[in-house]
Design a protein around this ligand. Structure first.
Ligand code: FUB
Length: 295
């Protein structure tokens, strides 16, 4: 376990980390990011390279523990262990277990196709045991799971468009056909993150404008939409990073935005670092824009 101390962004400095999904389990914040590494293979020298996942926890958002590797590409039966494609994950608690969702390239594909797998643990820090097969019916990246107040679970992802489907109560199979999320503005979108607050459902996503990714959102009255586009959470001049990827979480009555930026690695934008800033809402439920605290 590595102990990280310091209130400054980026909050993780002993390794690169991206795509943070923050969750609160048993009164603690857990961050499940992807793990950017320098590529050991020529093919990925200029691209994303990710072989495993760590999880980080904190009870004050200042001091963090790195609990070490919770899942590696070589331990997942269906993943091509030379693809280094363990991209943006999520983790939720259901049925007394922790379900960790992750995208990766399957064996036998051309390393451009992605599926979404599940690994299960008794504790938020693992050890996580991967299922033998990815989830049938999902082709894409960046899974996010929302568990509604009535216990129904939904999974969102990004493929050729953004999709949502209901999950069965076993949390590992789709219970409905995927539905494409419509009425979003033009612009390549990935990294969906959905949550509920005061009966409203928020569908949030990185959105490319002028070659950098802003963070934007839409709101609706049901987890599967329809959603109405509302605007930006973080604008492009603030991010100045080619990718962004985020999550929103409430902890001790304050909301926070976790996201990433490459300013800790200015020379190479595929090495990113996780950041957190506080976030608040207007009375009508819309989100006040966040100005990032960079270095
Ligand atoms: O980290 C790899 C990819 O970059 C993620 O899947 C995207 O959301 C973007 O952050």
């Amino acid at each position: 376990m590595v102990h990280l101390s310091g209130a400054q962004n980026p909050i993780i400095r002993h390794q690169f980390s991206a795509d943070p999904t923050a969750r609160v389990f048993d009164g603690k914040v857990y961050v499940y990011p992807s793990h950017d590494i320098p590529s050991p293979v020529e093919r990925l020298k200029e691209w994303f390279c990710m072989a495993d996942y760590h999880v980080f926890s904190s009870n004050n958002l200042v001091d963090w523990e790195d609990h070490g590797v919770i899942l590696s590409q070589e331990n997942v039966p269906w993943v091509n262990a030379e693809s280094y494609s363990m991209w943006a994950p999520d983790c939720v608690f259901a049925n007394g277990k922790y379900y960790f969702y992750f995208p990766a390239s399957p064996k036998g594909e051309n390393q451009r196709g992605f599926k979404v797998g599940v690994a299960v643990a008794d504790k938020p820090t693992g050890p996580f045991t991967p299922l033998a097969e990815p989830i049938k019916g999902i082709n894409g990246i960046d899974p996010c799971v929302l568990i509604d107040k009535n216990g129904e679970a939904y999974i969102y992802w990004s493929g050729r468009g953004m999709y949502v489907a209901r999950l069965k109560s076993n949390m590992t199979e789709l219970a409905s056909e995927p539905v494409q999320i419509k009425n979003l503005p033009e612009g390549f979108m990935e990294g969906p993150f959905a949550f509920e607050r005061n009966g409203k459902y928020y569908f949030t996503f990185p959105w490319v404008q002028d070659k950098t990714e802003t963070l934007a959102y839409a709101m609706g009255d049901s987890p599967m939409g329809p959603f109405e586009f509302k605007g930006l959470i973080m604008d492009q001049s603030a991010t100045g990073c080619w990718t962004n990827h985020h999550s929103l979480v409430e902890y001790n009555k304050q909301w926070y935005l976790f996201y990433h930026h490459n300013d800790y690695s200015p020379a190479f934008d595929k090495n990113r670092s996780v950041r957190v800033d506080s976030l608040s809402f207007n009375a009508d439920g819309t989100i006040k824009k966040v100005v990032p605290t960079l270095r």
